[in-house]
Design a protein around this ligand. Structure first.
Ligand code: KG4
Length: 344
């Protein structure tokens, strides 16, 4: 049994993962309601909250069948907010010391990258390694509030980043656009709700870098374009066109994500396509990626909705699935700027 610990941003999370039969328990406390009034995550408040939350989360986990079978601890070691990472790292180090257990550090982005494979393991733990192998090379799209990446997981499980954003992340673009429209933080899910009643073809928003050979994402022009559009609208027009604006803006983000993924897919040979990170929660994005996978005759592995946001299940799972990608306990200090491939 593995214990996963995650505290890189505003979620305090624990999970128990048994490689022979799957997830035995998951606990996540989100601080969104606390940070909402500030329009974003306040690092100092977030670390204080973690300190308060891990006590009762651990009490709940410890009361769960299987906790006494924990043999290994995996903790997020970066990237993330330094003060927040410190709380999870301290908890994991203390537990490892008290229980005499081995401890490893897992890159938060590797957790997201491998999260689409959790359902595959749950379906058939014994046959998982063979099924994983059949999915490689895998092209993954990770879209969250802080990152937008296309990466390849090769046969050896080594991860190569193929494309990144040159400015805002996809989730950041949605949150900033939603803020311009007067919505609360995080705006991505609120925009999706409003967009459901709107026409995505009504307004034209910039598509990012147009050249097919240039795989880089760019979202910053999108919010500037929305700002200029809003400056020209009066209150009555804004009220009338609100849902259409949300639908068109969201569509521009989804379209860019799927268009770049298509270009990268067609330039290589892949056995599966993955979708992870907070923005992977978005219905229209999931539909567009499913359509792309059908078009390319590839299986789509989307992370489960509860594993798109930050969680500890993906940390324990990534620690188990590829031990060579873990940081040894003696190197476990702050790694706030860790990249997906493990470099700082
Ligand atoms: O991975 P994540 O939980 O954490 C960080 O990146 O820190 O991603 C959060 C991002 C936010 O930008 C949020 O607006 C976006 O994921 N998000 C969504 C949806 N749910 C979360 N964006 C669009 N549609 C959603 N349903």
């Amino acid at each position: 049994m593995w214990l996963g610990v995650e505290s890189s941003c505003d979620e305090s999370a624990l999970a128990l993962f048994d490689p022979t039969c799957g997830l035995a328990g998951e606990w996540v406390h989100s601080q969104i309601s606390l940070h909402q009034r500030y329009g974003g995550v306040v690092p100092d408040l977030a670390s204080r909250e973690h300190l308060g939350n891990f006590g009762w989360l651990l009490k709940e986990a410890a009361a769960t069948e299987g906790f006494d079978r924990v043999e290994k601890i995996a903790v997020t070691c970066g990237p993330g907010l330094a003060g927040c990472l410190a709380i999870g790292l301290s908890l994991a180090k203390a537990l490892a010391l008290a229980k005499g257990l081995p401890l490893v550090g897992v890159n938060h982005l590797r957790g997201h990258a491998f999260s689409p494979f959790i359902p595959l393991h749950a379906e058939d733990p014994a046959g998982f390694r063979a099924r994983l192998d059949a999915c490689l090379p895998h092209l993954g799209l990770l879209a969250s509030g802080g990152n937008t990446l296309l990466f390849c997981i090769g046969k050896s499980l080594k991860i190569n980043i193929l494309a990144q954003t040159v400015d805002d992340a996809a989730g950041e673009a949605l949150d900033k656009g939603a803020k311009l429209l007067g919505m609360d933080y995080p705006g991505g899910p609120l925009m999706e709700k409003t967009a459901a009643a709107g026409d995505p073809a009504r307004f034209e928003f910039p598509a990012g870098i147009a050249e097919a050979a240039d795989w880089r994402f760019s979202f910053s022009g999108l919010k500037t374009s929305l700002r200029y559009r809003l400056e020209k609208m009066d209150d009555a027009e804004l009220e009338r066109d609100f849902a259409d604006l949300c639908a068109s803006y969201q569509q521009a983000v989804v379209r860019q994500l799927t268009r770049k993924t298509r270009h990268v897919l067609r330039a290589g040979t892949y056995a599966s396509l993955g979708l992870s990170g907070g923005v992977a929660n978005n219905g229209p994005l999931r539909e567009a990626m499913a359509a792309l996978a059908r078009e390319e005759r590839l299986p789509l592995l989307p992370a489960l909705k509860r594993h798109t946001g930050d969680n500890a299940a993906m940390i324990a799972f990534a620690g188990w699935v590829d031990p060579t990608g873990c940081l040894p306990a003696e190197r476990l200090s702050f790694h706030p700027a860790l990249t997906l491939t493990g470099e700082e």
